[in-house]
Structure formats: structure tokens, C-alpha cells
Design a protein. Structure first.
Lengths: 513, 384
């Protein structure tokens, strides 16, 4: 077997120009048959473009693609699928009300002589597949009833069913719990043993180091490094990705907690669907500390933040700010009372995307005396000055403050929100997923500012789906499970224990509510 | 894009002329002469044509603003017509009832009365939207019918009718009338005609002030900021502590006041009484096209209202000079609106090799209908 034949994928000199961006600049990317190859890079580095080229969704301006050593021309995903390339998207392409089996078969249903759907054969086909790769899955369950990890498994089976030999997994662990991630890795290793080739796109360096054989690092449309996993380290990859040395650990002094600023007493609330989401949450938040909330998404963290920010009504319990009862405050009065909120959905709720940076910088404070006369006329000069100061102080990369928020990168959008909320010198800072989907440089910056905020005496409540983030930033960790805080732990609690608590196992420590 | 839409309409209009055996050049020459008083060959008086265009222009600006403001808040105010009629009725009722009061008292009374009536008319839809969630498109359309039939009721055998069988109301008192810009005197000859035939009136300034107030409200006040925030992202506005309901109700009240003002100015400045011509009035509907074509900006609305006013006036001249039915004007107006709604001028431009803005391989996020009204209608740059 020659070298070229051993390569499952060989992309040479791929160029793709988008208006204003050279998304792929002569990218060489090769994957050996039977390996797990990680493709890492920050948002906008060109990973997705490259993979969309490989999957036939995007036609490159230049370059050639060899699959199993044969030059190919992909006109669409149909060609890619025919060549045995399968893609598992970050956001699942599943129909919730269909059964697992129906979802997997969709578009390629086995039929009988009358061209009717042959359920028995479908079931057998799926069982064969799942058995072969050790992917336990019941084809008759309704997709919506499955946990996220198993939905993802169904996506993988779907791709295998279509005959994929090369699997592209786009940020597969983003939605998974630590336990589910472990299970996924077992599955991936089994797939490789069965002869499959896997391309693993991620920005979580720990996972990349754990699962991959080789790593390709991209930055600004170019490949900046080919690494062998055994011979590299987290620091080296991060430096390559960002283009300079980065601090992966948050550098912070021990907290010096002061008086209790916010007291949450037995708060209950319902979710959007009207089912109880908070079932009696109590905790205290002190000046100058960061209280992190760990938990699998959907266990009430979002609702808790919304209640505290005044955008969701409580059904019981009390929230005290100092000795003021702020339980019934709405978003406006909460802000005025000194509670700042970085919402988790930056594009949906944190910003008005069509507004300029200047306009976004006063969102929620447009009636304060600082930005308007008598809540009536806007002080345009003061607003522009303010926006300019925030942009400078928070290092928002933009040509001007008149740029629409929509046109900023995710990291810079987030910086605008963080700047706006911190800029008001709040007593309490609610930070929900403050670094979700932003690049390493911005993560580093936002982390540093959150710690700085703490050191200046603000009480910070942090919710994050990234356990690493919670552990490295927090001074105390509250674990949430099914609408309750099941335990309050110290930040050096082992990941395994936190993972167990997050999924309803483990024993709570003293002092937990 | 607006210019493209207008061009598109005129090109198709020309095609219609050609296909039906008419001369499109003669047709458009008639329109230009009739609407703008330029290039008239058959003895029309250019000053009179301009005066008439301005008379149609005035209510279009004010109602255009009344459609554009709710647009900015993400609301479709289809009810400018009903609100205008409500304003006309209030203006008439007050102007008749207090006919003897002097102008400095009565004129503000009829104008404010008209604004209040329009505000109430639109406010009903606003309150329903904010409380029970009734869609403003449906409620404002229905309120249009109520207003139209109310006018009928009032002047056909109703309490405001002048005399049985006349289908018009008493005239409003002299103190309720807006002065015309030229003296209403048959003995004064201006531009070769008796001055009283020039109906252009001081409502022109009211309309321009209304457009300015609209722009100021939207861009210089905290409330305008909140209107735009609600229109662009209701969720973000809610998270920022903006009361979405309050904003919706207030926006509709203000919009209704603009429409009501347009109706009151129409009575006070031009008609001086309610007549059966109001049964077929379409100002409030043309206002939707004006607001769209003007991209929801004050300057745009003024320009679009000018175009529609000129088309309206020009139609008659086109019919008399070129012998082409003035209904072609309605076709043109509909084509303009159609072209804006379909947004295919943008699509054509994207399809052309030059001036291509987004890669066709990337799905461009199409803005919602309300997005037409804003700068945000530009598709975002492609994601990598």
C-alpha cells in the first residue's frame, strides 16, 4: 500500500474566498485511514468551511480533494455520501416525533415488494449496525424521549447506515455531560477498531488530547500546524491556535469574601413550558466571591438566572439584595438596584443585532440620567463617549462604534455585553455562559475581567456548561440537579465527583441546601 | 432598492402600454406634466399641477409616518385609513359644533380632536395586541371597516348630514379651516389663474413637522430607542427591561394620532366637510406603500409621498393628454409595492456577476417583513 492510498482524505491547496474573508488559504489537510484526526482552531479559523468543502456543501475556488487516493470532484453532499463521507452536525438533524428507527432510515427506507415501509427489515438493519459497533439503541423509542447523548448516537448510526467510512463530527461534545462524553469516546474508539476514520472538530483541547491520534491546527484560514497527539501539550496547541502564548489557567488570588449581598431563599419557578424548573433553591452570595453553578444544561440554571435578573416570575420564595426584598422586581428595577446580567443567549437576548455598538452599549440603561435627560431625550454625545470608552477598555475589535453588533465576531459581541454590564459597576453580576462560543483570546480576557470584578468587591454568580470554566473561576461551586442545588463544593473537588453530583448521584456535603 | 422598485414598475408599466397599443412615452410625459408640471404641451398650468400634487402629498406624509412608526416596533399598522377617517370625523364634529369660535381656539381644537380620535382608533388595536394578543393586522383592518361605515352612517341620513339626500356634512366653521398658502380670492390672478383654484394649504408645514417629529422621536429619544429595540428584538428588549406591552400600546397611540392628524388636516385644509368621496378614500392604504418605499425613514417617506402624490395628480393628465386610462397609475403603484414585497430587485442584483454581495452557496438570512424597513435589511456577511 502506497502512502497516498493509506490516506482516507487528502485535501491539497484548498482555497475558498468569501466576500471580505479568505476562509481557506491554501489548506492542506490529510487524514490517514483508521485514525481519529482532530481539527482544531478558533471560531472563524476556517474549520467549518474546510469540512463543508469535504462534505460537498461548498465548492472551493482552488485545490484538489483525494478520497482514498482517488481525485474526486464533489458537486454536493450526495457525492460525498456516495464516497462514504458522513457528517454528524453540531445541531442534530433529527425529527423529534419520529422513532429512532424512522430517523435513521429517513430518506433510505427499506421497502417491501409493494414499496411500503418494511419495519421489520429496518429494525434488523439497525440492530445489526448497533451490535457491530456496540452502540446500544432501541429503534422503537421516540427520538424526543432520548437524552442528548443517545440522540447523538442515533445521528452516528444514521451516518453509518448510509455507508459512511469517514465520519466528520462537528463539536460533538458541546452538548454532552462528562459521562456522556466518556461514552462517546468509547464508541469512537470502537468505530476506529472497526476500520472507520474519524475527523473530530473541537476547541476543547483536553478532549482533543484524550481522543485523537493526530491534530491539525488552523488559524485565520491557514493550517498552522500538524501535530502528533502523543508529542504535544495543551499549551502548545493553544499557542498555535491563538498565535501567541495564552494563559489556560485563570490566574487569581484567593477570594476575600465580604458581607452577604444576595440571599436566595427557597425560590421556586416554572419553565417556559409551565413545569416546575426551580424546586426550592437557596444560597447566599457574598461580596468579592465567585459562586459557580455547575450542572448539566436544563436543570434549572437558566431559569434561576432569569429569576434573579427579573425576566422570569417566581412562584415562591424570596430574593433579597442586602435587606431589600427584590423578589418581584422586573428587569429594569433589578438593573437599577445594581444587578447586572450577562444573558446566555448573546445573539437573542444580550444584543439587538442590528443596533450599533454604541446603541447596544446602553441597552437597558437608555433611561438612566447618564444617557438621557428626564428619561426623554438621549444624550447622544455622552452615549458615544461611553461606547468609545467601553470599546477601548474591553478591547472590542471594531473599526468604529457605529458598526452593527451583527457584524462583530462572537467574541467581540460578548465583550460588548460584558463591557456594558460590568461598566455599570454592579453589586451583583449574573454571568450566564459568559464565554460560550467565543475564541480563546476572548475567553482569557473575559475570565480576567470577571476575576477583576470580584477583586473589586462585586458578587459574581456564574453559570457555565463548561465544567472546566466553573472549576477554574469559582471560589465555591453549587451543583444543580433537577431544579435544586444538591451540594456546594469547593473548586478543587475532583471532576468525577462533580460529574456524579450533576447527574443525581453522590452524596451532598454539609451545608448544602 | 426603492429606486430599483420604482424603475421596475415603470418598465413593466411601459410594457403594458406597448402591449395594449399605447405609446408609453406619451403616457409618461403625461404623468410628468400632470404630477410635476414639467414639459406640459397641451396648455396645462404647471403651478396648478404642483399645487394639486402637494395637496395629495400632505396626507400621504402624515399617514406614511403613521405606518412607519409601528413598523419600527415590529407592528403592521394597516389601519391608517380608519384612523384617518376617525380624525376626519372628529375634526368635522368639533368644527361644526363649535363653528362660532375664533380660529386661534377652534383650529387647535379640531386638530387635537382629530389626533385624539385617531389615537383612540389605533389604541384599540394596540391594547388588544398587548393584552389578549390579537394580531394588529386583523384588528386594524376590521377597524377600517368600522370607520368607513361610521362615516357613511354619519353623513347618509345621519346626525352630521347637511340636508336629506346630500350625502355630505355641514361645513366646519371658518375658524376651523386651515388657511391656504395663496389668498382664496377669485380676483387675484396668480400664475395666470384665479388664486382660489390653488388648494395648497398650510397643512404642508404640519405634514413636514410630523415627519420631523417622527425622525426625532425615533432617533433622539429614549422611547424611540425602545421602539426600535422592540422592533428588532423583542426578547432582547424584554431582557433589557423594556416593557414590550407598554411600548406597543404607546406606539400605536402615537401612530393613530399621526393618522388622525392627517384626516383632520384634510378636512380643515381642503374639504371643509365630510363628503361621499371619503367612502372611497385610499390615502391610508397608499401610506403603507409610501412607508415601505421610504424604507421607514422620514426623508424616504417625504420622497415616496411626493412620488405617489405626483402619480395621483398625473394620472388625470395622462388620461386626457395621452388617452391612457389613469388606472395605469394604480397598476404602477401596485407594481412598486409588489416589487418591494417580493424583494426581487435585490435578488436580481445578487444574481448578477457584478456587485455580488454574498456567495450564492451560503444561505443568506432573509430579513422578516419588518426588516424591510431598516438598514438591517442588508444580508449579514457570510459566516466562515
Amino acid at each position: 500500500m502506497t502512502d497516498a492510498e493509506r490516506l482516507a482524505v487528502d485535501m491539497r491547496g484548498i482555497v475558498k474566498q468569501f466576500p471580505g474573508v479568505l476562509a481557506n488559504n491554501h489548506v492542506d489537510f490529510s487524514v490517514r485511514t483508521g485514525e481519529i484526526h482532530a481539527l482544531v482552531g478558533e471560531n472563524g479559523a476556517g474549520k467549518s468551511t474546510l469540512m463543508n468543502v469535504l462534505y460537498g456543501l461548498i465548492h472551493p475556488d482552488a485545490g484538489e480533494i483525494l478520497i482514498h487516493g482517488k481525485p474526486t470532484h464533489l458537486t454536493g453532499p450526495r457525492d460525498a455520501i456516495a464516497l462514504g463521507i458522513g457528517m454528524v452536525h453540531q445541531h442534530f438533524m433529527l425529527i423529534p416525533v419520529f422513532s429512532v428507527g424512522e430517523n435513521i432510515m429517513l430518506g433510505r427506507e427499506p421497502v417491501d415488494g409493494m414499496r411500503l415501509y418494511n419495519r421489520a427489515r429496518a429494525r434488523k438493519l439497525i440492530n445489526d449496525l448497533t451490535k457491530k459497533y456496540g452502540l446500544a439503541l432501541d429503534p422503537d423509542t421516540r427520538m424526543a424521549d432520548l437524552p442528548v447523548g443517545l440522540q447523538q448516537r442515533a445521528e452516528i448510526v444514521k451516518v453509518l447506515y448510509r455507508g459512511a467510512e469517514i465520519l466528520i463530527l462537528d463539536e460533538p461534545t458541546g452538548v454532552l455531560t462528562p459521562q456522556e462524553t466518556k461514552e462517546l469516546f468509547v464508541v469512537l474508539r470502537d468505530l476506529v477498531k472497526g476500520g472507520k476514520t474519524i475527523i473530530f472538530i473541537s476547541h476543547k483541547l483536553k478532549e482533543v488530547l484524550e481522543i485523537s491520534d493526530r491534530i491539525t491546527v488552523m488559524r485565520r484560514g491557514k493550517v498552522v500546524g500538524h501535530l502528533t497527539t502523543r508529542e504535544t501539550s495543551e499549551e502548545e496547541i493553544a499557542t498555535m491556535m491563538v498565535g501567541r502564548e495564552v494563559l489556560l489557567r485563570v490566574d487569581k488570588k484567593p477570594a476575600r469574601p465580604g458581607a452577604v449581598v444576595m440571599r436566595v431563599e427557597n425560590v421556586t419557578a416554572s419553565s417556559d413550558r409551565g413545569v416546575p424548573a426551580l424546586k426550592g433553591v437557596s444560597f447566599e452570595l457574598r461580596q468579592g466571591e465567585i459562586l459557580g453553578i455547575a450542572g448539566v444544561e436544563g436543570n434549572g440554571q437558566s431559569e434561576l438566572m432569569e429569576v434573579l435578573a427579573g425576566t422570569r416570575k417566581t412562584t415562591g420564595g424570596h430574593v433579597l439584595l442586602g435587606d431589600r426584598d427584590i423578589t418581584t422586581y422586573d428587569a429594569r428595577t433589578e438593573r437599577d438596584a445594581g444587578v447586572a446580567f450577562i444573558p446566555e443567549d448573546r445573539r437573542g437576548t444580550g444584543l439587538v443585532l442590528s443596533f450599533s455598538i454604541a446603541e447596544n452599549s446602553i441597552l437597558g440603561r437608555e433611561r438612566s440620567s447618564r444617557f438621557s435627560w428626564n428619561q426623554l431625550l438621549l444624550k447622544l454625545v455622552a452615549i458615544r463617549e461611553w461606547a468609545r470608552r467601553l470599546v477601548k477598555e474591553f478591547d472590542v475589535r471594531t473599526p468604529s462604534i457605529d458598526v452593527a453588533a451583527r457584524n462583530l465576531s462572537g467574541g467581540n459581541q460578548q465583550k460588548v455585553i460584558v463591557a456594558r454590564e460590568m461598566g455599570s459597576k454592579p453589586k451583583v453580576l449574573l454571568a450566564a455562559q459568559p464565554t460560550r462560543g467565543v475564541d480563546i483570546g476572548a475567553i482569557e480576557f473575559i475570565h480576567r475581567r470577571i476575576v477583576q470584578e470580584r477583586d473589586e468587591g462585586t458578587a459574581v454568580l456564574l453559570v457555565s456548561a463548561e465544567l472546566d470554566e466553573v472549576r477554574s473561576l469559582s471560589d465555591r461551586i453549587a451543583v444543580m440537579y433537577e431544579g435544586r442545588i444538591v451540594s456546594i463544593e469547593s473548586p478543587d473537588t475532583p471532576e468525577e465527583r462533580l460529574g456524579l453530583l450533576m447527574t443525581g448521584g453522590g452524596k451532598a456535603r454539609e451545608g448544602a441546601a | 432598492m426603492p429606486v430599483g422598485s420604482v424603475l421596475f414598475a415603470f418598465v413593466i408599466g411601459a410594457l403594458i402600454c406597448v402591449v395594449t397599443g399605447a405609446n408609453p412615452i406619451a403616457a409618461y410625459a403625461g404623468l410628468v406634466c400632470g404630477g410635476l408640471g414639467i414639459g406640459c404641451t397641451q396648455g396645462e398650468n404647471p403651478a396648478l399641477q404642483i399645487s394639486n400634487t402637494i395637496v395629495f402629498f400632505i396626507p400621504l406624509v402624515t399617514t406614511g409616518v403613521a405606518v412607519a412608526l409601528p413598523f419600527r416596533a415590529g407592528l403592521f399598522n394597516i389601519g391608517a385609513e380608519g384612523q384617518l377617517l376617525a380624525g376626519s370625523v372628529a375634526c368635522c364634529a368639533i368644527g361644526i359644533k363649535f363653528a362660532d369660535l375664533p380660529a386661534p381656539i377652534l383650529l387647535p381644537m379640531v386638530l387635537v380632536g382629530g389626533m385624539a380620535a385617531g389615537a383612540i382608533w389605533a389604541g384599540i388595536a394596540g391594547v388588544l395586541k398587548a393584552t389578549v394578543g390579537a394580531h394588529e393586522v386583523v384588528t386594524t383592518i376590521m377597524l377600517n371597516y368600522v370607520a368607513q361605515w361610521l362615516v357613511r352612517f354619519l353623513i347618509v341620513g345621519g346626525p352630521l348630514e347637511l340636508a336629506p339626500g346630500t350625502s355630505k356634512s355641514h361645513p366646519i366653521g371658518a375658524g376651523a379651516q386651515l388657511p391656504t398658502l395663496l389668498p382664496a380670492d377669485n380676483s387675484v390672478i396668480i400664475f395666470g389663474l384665479p388664486a382660489s383654484v390653488f388648494r395648497v394649504h398650510s397643512g404642508l408645514f404640519i405634514a413636514l413637522v410630523a415627519a420631523a417629529v417622527f425622525a426625532f422621536l425615533l432617533w433622539r429619544t429614549a422611547f424611540g430607542y425602545e421602539i426600535r429595540a422592540v422592533g428588532q428584538s423583542q426578547k432582547a428588549a424584554r431582557y433589557a427591561g423594556v416593557s414590550v406591552r407598554r411600548t406597543i400600546v404607546l406606539t400605536m397611540l402615537i401612530a393613530g394620532a399621526f393618522s388622525g392628524l392627517a384626516g383632520a388636516v384634510q378636512i380643515a385644509g381642503v374639504d371643509h366637510n365630510l363628503t361621499d368621496k371619503f367612502f372611497n378614500d385610499t390615502t391610508g392604504f397608499d401610506a403603507i406603500a409610501v412607508a415601505l418605499l421610504g424604507l421607514g425613514s422620514a426623508v424616504g417617506i417625504v420622497l415616496a409621498a411626493l412620488l405617489f402624490g405626483a402619480l395621483h395628480t398625473g394620472g388625470a393628465i395622462m388620461q386626457s393628454d395621452a388617452g391612457i386610462s389613469s388606472n395605469l397609475v394604480l397598476v404602477l403603484q401596485a407594481l412598486i409595492l409588489f416589487s418591494i414585497a417580493a424583494n426581487f430587485v435585490g435578488a436580481i442584483r445578487r444574481g448578477l456577476p457584478f456587485g455580488r454581495r454574498a456567495s450564492p452557496e451560503l444561505p443568506t438570512e432573509l430579513p422578516p417583513a419588518a426588516g424591510l424597513m431598516t438598514e438591517a435589511a442588508v444580508p449579514p456577511p457570510g459566516k466562515t
